[in-house]
Design a protein around this ligand. Sequence first.
Ligand code: SIN
Length: 277
Amino acid sequence: MTIDVRPKTDRGFFAEIYGANLKDCSDADFAIIKDAHLSHGVIAIRDQDLTPAQQISFSKRFGPLSIHVLEEQLLAGHPEILLVTNKKENGRFLGIPDLGRKWHTDQSYEERPALGSLLYALEVPEDGSGDTWFADMTAAYEALPAEERRRLDEFEAEHRYDHKHKNFELSDNQIDRLPGVLHPLVRTHPETGRKALYLGVQLVKRIVGLAADESDRLLADLHTHCTKPEFVYCHKWRKGDLVFWDNRCTMHAAQPYDDTRFTRHMHRTTVIGDQPC
Ligand code: SIN
């Protein structure tokens, strides 16, 4: 079966991929998938049936994997997998039930944030809720007037885990590992060479060098701009989807669902990226 890549928007942002077998992915098929990821920013590889070890092994072909700071939400025996789930055992959530509900890019609070994240759907809500929205940060940047782009190119922003990211209280040790970091507000993609806004409501605290009210206003304006419908694609999950997004040029936000009636159970692997520049 040949791999079929189907872009989902006129601009080519987001593509669905059919006919891939990630358990046993040849170098030729891998090259098609890698190219689709770079060209479309986010890919949803449909109809997979992966064990944790198979997901880890496929993910590692893109680079070394990170181990998330929330150690208690990792899959036992496979610490490369972060559990994004509302399943419970003995009255306690097995993983994070409401991860990433505000716009963000993964692990931007680290020196070397995530290149990309691969989220594999084992169970999805039966009523079709629990979508994930993705924003095309390259298109959002390129749509700004040239003068505004030149101004933004000069700024840095502070990213902090604890800005609006209240899923779990961190221990003192975890806090010490995440003091916050400065990244450029506009980053150049190391593989495509294209510039993109590097933002996130959840994790970006301030723009360096601006007064607090000016920084808040500019961040709010930029987030409003990037999340206009023309830059956003909504992915509707199916069981067996492996969605791989490029954190260097996209933001995402998970949408709520009725977690008292439905189960949404996913495994996330995360590929370590470069220091943004
Ligand atoms: C995440 O931000 O990694 C989770 C996204 C989702 O659950 O849809």
